[in-house]
Ligand binder design. Sequence first.
Ligand code: FAD
Length: 376
Amino acid sequence: MPQSFDVIVLGVGGMGSAACFELARRGRRVLGLEQFPLVHARGSSHGHTRIIRTAYAEGPAYVPLAKRAFEKWYELEQLTGRHLLTECPCLNVGPPESEHVAGVRASVSAHQLAAEELTGHEINRRFPAFNFPTDYSGVVEQAAGFLYVEECVRAHIDSAMSLGAEIHAEEPVRAWKTVGNGVELTTDKGTYRAAKLVVTAGAWATKLLADIGVPLRVMRQVLLWFGTGKRPERFRRDHFPIFIADVQGMPFYGLPAIDAFGAKVARHYGAPELPDPKGVNWEVTGEDVNAMRENFADFLPGLGEFTKGQVCMYTVTPDKHFVIDLHPEFPQVSIACGFSGHGFKFAPTVGEVLADLAEHGNTKHDIGMFSARRTL
Ligand SMILES: Cc1cc2nc3c(=O)[nH]c(=O)nc-3n(C[C@H](O)[C@H](O)[C@H](O)COP(=O)(O)OP(=O)(O)OC[C@H]3O[C@@H](n4cnc5c(N)ncnc54)[C@H](O)[C@@H]3O)c2cc1C
């Protein structure tokens, strides 16, 4: 007889680990199946840090979800005694026509968030590592910070397991199917049954969920760290904020130097779209480093030598909004995918939503815009 559970979570990365935790704390018998070793660097939830922010450029509807995520990250810190989130202001900056900065302003206005408007000149004076054109402007918000991404995933996994969840590493799911009102999953080690399935397969959802009609694409994204040059204090977090810069049609972002690797900078989007993770080159190339320097050196003139790089994957939907829903055909299956390069901060909120969907088929959170049935 196959082993039986209340819920199986397929993919234990950023979102799956949060779902395992939330279901286990509600007393559900949970099995999490992960194809790689736990907390690995071959998906989308690695690279030391992730930005968390509230004045959400991608739409005011995300703001309540971000506020809930802050509460849940702090709660996880309290439960585990681990430091997961460091508060740090976030500067959103761009030229007058910047859609990103306009989006931030729309969320500030819709939710009456605390934020400060700065001219380009004021930005360069307050944060001396920057050299943005003076016709740029920006919005600084204090309700932001960065999460230690691997620690967060580990904290969710450890907490889930201490509450009785079974989590199997290095056990890829080869197939899933519905059986009556439940589901059956097959791996190389066995067959498992459950009343409910939660699919949190990240970039691999492109294949596992090909039938739901959401055209997911994978983007190789490179994280780069640079030394702090002759003025290291300028890149410290007392002088350097998290920033998201909407420049030359090529948004990029960065975080202060919090260790010997220096400041972290990366491009947001802009890479070729791939059908699945197979085509991803996991090596950081000289071309990656040179492209970053060529495009962005003017804005950060004091950046030092390249120290470290890591490759990671975005799983992108056409409108860059998430997919969090019941499977359109099988209500015993919930899905959370297509986080389009901005999902990690929401992981504990998504975990809560997925537990709600598995338990009740609905949630009190407003997830209407993440429908799998929306026109994409
Ligand atoms: C470079 C980069 C920077 C980012 N910056 C930010 C940021 O600053 N702020 C932010 O909020 N978000 C950011 N994001 C986005 C965020 O990290 C992702 O949206 C989030 O981590 C996605 O989590 P996930 O659970 O969907 O994917 P993953 O964490 O990749 O989890 C999916 C898991 O499913 C497993 N899996 C897949 N198929 C199977 C199978 N058949 N059997 C078993 N296991 C399987 C995979 O191995 C993987 O562990 C960034 C992403 C990248 C790549």
